[in-house]
Design a binder for this molecule. Sequence first.
Ligand code: S3P
Length: 442
Amino acid sequence: MAASNANASHPLTLSGGGSLRGTVRVPGDKSISHRALLFGAIAEGETRIEGLLPAEDPLSTAACLRAMGVEVSPIRAGEMVTVRGVGLDGFQEPGDVLDCGNSGTTMRLMLGLLAGRVGRHFVLTGDGSLRGRPMRRVGGPLAEMGAVIHGRKNGNFAPLAVLGQELHGATIRTPVASAQVKSAILLAALTASGPTTVIEPVQSRDHSERMLRAFGADLSVGGSGNTEVTVRPGPALKGQTVIVPGDISSAAFWLVAGAITPGAELIVENVGLNPSRTGILEVLEQMGARITVLNARDVAGEPVGDLQVSHGPLQPFAIGAEIVPRLVDEIPVLAVAACCANGVSRLSGAEELRVKETDRLAVMARQLTAMGARVEEFEDGMAIEGPVPLQGAAIDSETDHRVAMSLAVASLVATGTTTLARSEAAAVSYPGFWDDLARLRG
Ligand code: S3P
């Protein structure tokens, strides 16, 4: 059997060898799922969400919204989710702390939504990982708009207290390209007293811009490379039907698994192909991977397609700061691909990985090294030498969902048996991952 014991108390046993074949439909895009719930909550009327990701992170967003009086129907795989919007200023003050779980997107976007709720008090917290992630990158820009947010270590860490204020418009340059920071500012801007412009160093994912426009916000995008976004407050948002495509960040595990496993032939269906997310496809193409986009189409304002991948020889990659925002969550699994490439792959400009759910540069270097990989870690990246025969080992997700699934992909090409501790972390973004893996190994 490919996978067994997928529970919290026992490491998961994964056997190497064999090949992957068949068709898989990855669950809904996590970024779009959070936004559909949040924007539906501040709209007027009902929002219907098809294909919402039924995983721990969006459940955290839904729970926070319910605690502020928003009706969100139960979130179950394959079922339409409805949100009854309360309008731009309709959140009730919650009687308890809002628990964002493991979800940085929940906490950061919520800060933007709550900062302008005059006279109301909110406290946001999360799990151990989230309480260790920097929040001043959001609190700082929001303070420029008049927000009052308190937290540990000078406002940088949760628990965070938000005391709702009248906000004013501002022009804000963000030092890091982060869709979470940009989106928090855009959401706060919806009820500010004047227009707000966010200027990023490089464009980050633009799901908020697309969806806010579809909900009726007055938003324009400009600057070189779409790096400047302006919101003019005023219009009420109107509930919409949102169709969530499959998550390219989840598809990435199958794309790399298909590219590195001898004999593999896979089709990943219904994958979101928003250009601000497709850096992974460009890098895999640079490596010579055999990937074809089938049935390219547009679904509710987002490009979508099916991806066919088969095994073949891989060349090393070179990834720098310019492309990192477009593949930031795919770097752990690209590190696995690098172990199978013919030469040294190089990653730089990726210091943001150190403040994700874990320090992903350190964790991937540590765990892949335990499997026999040759990895050199730098402050902002890594160099990985391939091809290296990976060996089965006792490894650990260190609680990070994307690390868990990346290491599972590595185990497919390792000799012998791998045991993976804390494999249940995958449920944060892809609850059916272990079942899909078992089925594709068939
Ligand atoms: C996300 C943005 C990215 C990404 C995260 C989801 C979003 O984070 O890593 O998984 O939904 O906006 P940053 O904004 O910190 O780059």
